[in-house]
Design a protein around this ligand. Sequence first.
Ligand code: G4P
Length: 526
Amino acid sequence: MSNPEIDKRKTFAIISHPDAGKTTLTEKFLLFGGAINTAGAVKRNKANQNTTSDFMEIEKQRGISVATSVMGFEYKGKRINILDTPGHKDFAEDTYRTLSAVDSVILVVDSVKGVEEQTQKLMEVCRMRNTPVIIFINKMDREGKDSFDLLDELENSLKISVCPQSWPIGQGYTFKGVYNIYANQLNLFEPDKAKVTEPVIQVKNLQDDLLKQYLKEKELDKLSGDLELIEGIYGPLDTEMYLEGLLAPVFFGSAINNFGIRELLDTFINIAPSPSTREAETRVVEATEKNFTGFVFKIHANLDPNHRDRIAFLRICSGKFERNKFFYHTRLEKKLKFSNPMDFMANEKSLVEEAWPGDVVGLYDSGNFKIGDTLTEGEKLQFKGIPRFSPEIFKEVENRDPMKTKQLEKGIQQLTEEGVAQLFVQQPGNRKIIGTVGELQFEVISFRLENEYGAKCAFRPLTFRKSSWITCSDKKILQDIIYRRASNIAYDKDSNPVFLADNDWAINLAKRDFPEVEFFTTSEFK
Ligand code: G4P
């Protein structure tokens, strides 16, 4: 049975390689949605600053103003929840986790640079979950790649079919606007960073005389030729395929100039999925179920030294979340109630009384939550879909202040629970190995251990570059590899054995020596 509260919700993330225009597009959505009045109101959290101090400054600001983690607003009767993702590649893991909490994504691609490294990685994560993707090709006001070449590049490197919804007329200096293929509208481009409307010319078809008033004959000929090709190659949009994550509608525009945003947003609210089903370990949960369920996908430290608590971000999957009602924490097997849950509208946070599937609420936490934890009304349930990925840099933790051993242990434990990095423990000797995707995280960990826990540590680089989670139906064989390859084996936070290797070659060798053992690049293989 449908529920209007669920149907009106659209929860998504805007993702891109750094600098493609994610922050700008987010801000323009808020502007179009009336959630902010001026451009520039959204805090830049790009963290393209590569020094720790700059980064920590940003983190501090974010710590205080966690509201930017989720931005909710109403638009044409829909409740839109944009989940923010960090721009810096060293924090990609945080982005991957956030993607577990959305129902769809908008992927921004720079028309000059095309598909970049981070775009590909993010897309892989979307493909793992069949997340529906809309692509926005940004910066059409700049001399970029040929639009057909871009479409080919998207299909080939992102391994997804595409279907253009609008088509650019010219590019860069000659950029005239876009033709909305299915609405038969000509949207004229006027560079302007502040406006929220754009001139739209409604025509019957490409033969409409009105077009001749705006486009030169050469431009019109080129547009007709292009559209004929597009119709032949791509055909009309198959929304079923989009919803299955197999086909991405493509829009062209210029976020900084507010161009192409409205048609993107309007199509988005029409076709993007509302919350539906979520896979748990034992069953599939329907958003329309009466009983409340939800899971924590992100934990944000409150960097204010006077407040040691953290904020756990809970995505609601079914039922209704209510303030001051007892919910069941399935890992700890205990009941908890929340007197100050937070809701996020634009960049304001406020107390929430109730929330619905698709919504994200912030819960003050004094140490009850780990990423992936599930809350229910009593059912023993664990949501799937928050895998850990193999880190790329591994370093051993060396205690630099033996008087603060306890603080160090606690700090490492809590920071890794927050998902700042992954912790692996190697025997004998309980050696602690931290794995990350970027150097910056080690600096953040040192900084936070010292500032928040008063502990000092150093990191000793290791040669490992990859981790594979291992399993085998024959426990004897599993014990055998653990014993014989002891120097490569460590245990993750859930005590699962992990094979650490310097390169693929070493993993392949181990696979050859232990053919019965299965190797997985993510932690979620059950
Ligand atoms: P990100 O979050 O994906 O990292 O990208 P962000 O939005 O911060 O945009 C990166 C840069 O690209 C910014 O310039 C932004 O102004 C610019 N940009 C965004 N959209 C467009 C567009 O449609 N056309 C053009 N030409 N540029 C665009 P910046 O100089 O790095 O920052 P700022 O000084 O403008 O804030």
